[in-house]
Design a protein. Structure first.
Ligand code: TYM
Length: 325
């Protein structure tokens, strides 16, 4: 099967991104043909600093590699280096109803946030994402829950195009992680963990041990004392149990039993220790890769070349069907 997914280069990578997306990717690359993109064009829709963009892109390539994405098995590339993405976006714009875009949850949230200078890119963002996915005849898109609606729209766009102009695109399936599809904020556990919130609310994949301990010990928990999974009544503790389970491989039931007679503080201390040791290999690999910039840049260059061959063929086919060639 062909797998495609991507992450924006701006902001840091937190454990929500890891458990929702990256962790699935690492597993999927063993038996599938995987393409993982750093979606720099998507990042232009929110305020950003052109001076730091290249550094952030390189850092995300390092995140992919440090998380276990193997360039021998998977294609890793930067979106803007394969110009077919923007060209197909325009073609798909013409089959996408504006109403489908305005009802996207992410658009509704972001249009409130950026009310003062709402750019058209923010509205058209899911069409660029559809182009990313459809260019590669993707079977499966592994993402976190917040991106599910965009993949649904991608399916609609693919069907619409195929109906109107003839079969060009494969209709992709979404794949959510079993346990980490929606990791919540450490400070406001009713909200998803987000890189645009304050640092205490998320755990960076490369956070140092002291930061990890501090953030976990200060994580907002619920009233009461029992360590029980119940996302509605106890969203804080439930989120921490999800993290514990994801990084230890133990089931929530097992953990409830293990911490039955223990208090929140003891549970948090144990979770912090688990996270410090689980994230250590990421910090170590990152440090190694930071010293090998030329190697990382070469992976991105080769990745773009390989991606472009596939993208070009789909784009040509779409243009032919539309009467453009
Ligand atoms: P982005 O960069 O916001 O997030 C990257 C991935 O992390 C997942 N994620 C989460 N998963 C669990 N819990 C959370 N709190 C959490 N926060 C983020 C996201 O669902 C995503 O999988 N539009 C996309 C990037 C994109 C893309 C694509 C993805 C562009 N083109 C094509 C797949 C296929 C985005 O902004 O993700």
């Amino acid at each position: 099967m062909r797998i495609f997914s991507g992450i924006q280069p701006t902001g840091i990578i937190h454990i929500g991104n890891y458990l929702g997306a990256l962790n699935q990717w690492v597993e999927l690359q063993e038996k599938n043909e995987c393409i993982f993109c750093i979606v720099d064009l998507h990042a232009l829709t929110a305020p950003f600093d052109p001076k730091t963009l290249q550094d952030l892109i390189l850092e995300k390539a390092i995140v992919y590699l440090a998380s276990g994405i193997d360039p021998e098995k998977s294609i890793i590339f930067v979106q803007s280096q394969v110009k077919e993405h923007t060209e197909l976006t325009w073609l798909l714009n013409t089959v996408t109803p504006v109403g489908d875009l305005t009802r996207m949850t992410q658009y509704k949230e972001k249009s409130k946030k950026f009310k003062a200078n709402l750019n058209a890119g923010l509205l058209n963002y899911p069409i660029l994402m559809a182009a990313d996915i459809l260019l590669y005849q993707t079977d499966v898109v592994p993402v976190g829950e917040d991106q599910e609606q965009h993949v649904e729209l991608t399916r609609t766009i693919a069907r619409k195009f195929n109906q109107k102009f003839g079969q060009v695109f494969k209709v992709p399936e979404v794949k959510l992680s079993k346990s980490g599809a929606r990791i919540m904020s450490l400070q406001e556990p009713a909200k998803k963990m987000s890189k645009t919130d304050k640092p205490e609310s998320y755990l960076g994949l490369f956070d140092e041990p002291e930061e990890i301990k501090g953030k976990i010990m200060r994580a907002v928990t619920d009233t009461g004392r029992v360590i029980k999974y119940n996302p509605k009544a106890k969203p804080g503790i439930s989120n921490l149990l999800t993290l514990y389970s994801a990084f230890s491989g133990k089931s929530i039931k097992e953990l409830e039993k293990k911490f039955k007679k223990k208090g929140y503080a003891e549970f948090k201390k144990s979770l912090a220790e688990l996270l410090v040791s689980s994230l250590e290999p990421f910090r170590r690999k990152r440090k190694e890769l930071l010293a090998r910039e030329v190697y990382v840049q070469e992976i991105l260059k080769q990745g773009a070349k390989r991606a472009q061959v596939i993208a070009q063929s789909t784009l040509e086919n779409a243009k032919k069907k539309m009467g453009l060639t």
